[in-house]
Ligand binder design. Structure first.
Ligand SMILES: [Zn+2]
Length: 317
C-alpha cells in the first residue's frame, strides 16, 4: 500500500508553496476576475471565514459571537478548543499574569528524522501558533488568590509533553511550593512527545515528584481536564489533583478506545472516556462549564485555603 499521500498531507499545513506555484493554464480563472468589480457579489463571498459550524448542532455561529462566548456554542453548549492565551485571559485578573520561562524551547536531542525532522516540525508550529511550546506557565491572581497557573495548548504539536512542557510545569509547581501557592494546571494533550522518546516519558515522574513535594506542604493542586486529555499527561500530573475538574464533553483517557477494546476483548460501554462517564464512576470531582470556571475556581480556592489564610492571620496578629 502506498501511504505517502497520507504522510504528505500531515506536514502539508506548514508549506506555503501552493500560493507560489502558478496554476496551469485554466481558462476558467480568467473570466472570474471581472467579478471583483461588482462589490456586492464580493461581499457575499466574505463570510466564509467568519462563521463556524457547530459540530454537534450544526448551527452556524458568527466567529465574533463565538469568541465572546469563550468558544462555547450558544445553542447547544458544545465546547470548542480554545488557545492557552485565550483561556488565561478568561480566568486571570487583568495584568496580573507574570509568565515564567517564556523563552524555553525544545532541542532535538535524538536527531529525530521521520517524514519530517523534529526541528522542522518545531519551527513550523512555532510560526503557526506563535507559541514556543505546548504550555504557558506563570504566577497570577484569580479572584483574591495568588496562584501558580499552567495552561496547555493543543494547537502546538497536539499538546504533547516533551522536555519543555515537563520542565516548565515542574518549575511552576516548585515555585508554587516555594511561595506557598495553590497550583492549577489546565491540561489538553495527546500524550508524551514521541520525538523526544525517553526524555518525554521522564517528565511524567518529574512532574509527579514535584507535586508530591507541593502536597507535603499541604497546598492544593487543582487539575482541569479539557478536550482531549490523554496518555502520558493523564497518567501523570493531570490525574493527581486534590480536585479534578473537567469541561463538559471532554475526552479523557489513557489509551485510545480501539486499543483498549482489542486488549480487553470486551465491548466498551456507551460514553466511555467522556468527562460525564468518568464523573459517574468517581474518577473526577466535577464537570464545570467554561463560562463558570473562574467563579467556581475562586469558590474552591476559598474553601481549600481557608486553613492557610487563618494561619497567616494568626501569625500576623
Ligand atoms: Zn452547537
Amino acid at each position: 500500500m502506498d501511504t505517502t499521500s497520507f504522510v504528505k498531507k500531515s506536514i502539508g499545513f506548514e508549506t506555503v508553496e501552493p500560493a507560489l506555484t502558478p496554476p496551469p493554464a485554466k481558462s476558467t480563472t480568467l473570466p472570474k476576475k471581472p467579478k471583483l468589480s461588482g462589490s456586492k457579489s464580493k461581499k457575499k463571498d466574505i463570510p466564509e471565514g467568519l462563521w463556524t459550524k457547530c459540530p454537534t448542532c450544526a448551527t452556524m455561529i458568527y466567529d465574533k459571537e463565538l469568541d465572546e462566548n469563550l468558544k462555547v456554542c450558544p445553542k447547544c453548549s458544545f465546547h470548542f478548543q480554545i488557545s492557552a492565551r485565550e483561556r488565561i485571559h478568561s480566568l486571570v485578573e487583568t495584568c496580573t499574569f507574570e509568565e515564567m520561562d517564556a523563552e524555553m524551547t525544545s532541542i532535538d536531542v535524538l536527531g529525530f528524522k521521520g517524514v519530517a525532522t523534529y526541528k522542522s516540525k518545531l519551527e513550523a508550529y512555532k510560526k503557526n501558533t506563535t507559541l514556543k511550546d505546548a504550555v504557558i506557565t506563570g504566577l497570577c491572581k484569580i479572584g483574591n488568590h495568588r496562584v501558580a497557573l499552567g495552561v496547555m495548548d493543543f494547537n502546538f504539536l497536539g499538546g504533547s509533553m516533551g522536555s519543555v512542557v515537563g520542565e516548565k510545569l515542574t518549575r511552576l509547581i516548585e515555585r508554587g511550593t516555594e511561595k506557598d501557592m495553590p497550583v492549577i494546571i489546565i491540561s489538553t494533550s495527546g500524550g508524551a512527545r514521541m520525538y523526544e522518546g525517553m526524555f518525554s516519558l521522564m517528565q511524567m515522574a518529574k512532574t509527579s515528584a514535584a507535586l508530591a513535594y507541593h502536597a507535603q506542604r499541604r497546598l492544593p493542586f487543582l487539575s482541569i481536564l479539557t478536550h482531549p486529555t490523554t496518555a502520558g499527561v493523564m497518567a501523570s500530573y493531570a490525574s493527581l489533583g486534590d480536585l479534578i475538574l473537567a469541561e463538559p464533553g471532554a475526552m479523557i483517557g489513557f489509551a485510545g478506545p480501539r486499543v483498549i477494546k482489542d486488549t480487553t476483548q470486551a465491548e466498551l460501554p456507551p460514553g466511555f472516556q467522556t468527562a460525564e462517564f468518568l464523573l459517574d464512576h468517581g474518577l473526577i470531582d466535577a464537570i464545570v462549564p467554561r463560562k463558570e470556571m473562574k467563579e467556581r475556581l475562586i469558590g474552591y480556592l476559598d474553601f481549600l485555603t481557608v486553613g492557610k489564610q487563618a494561619a497567616k492571620k494568626a501569625a500576623a496578629s
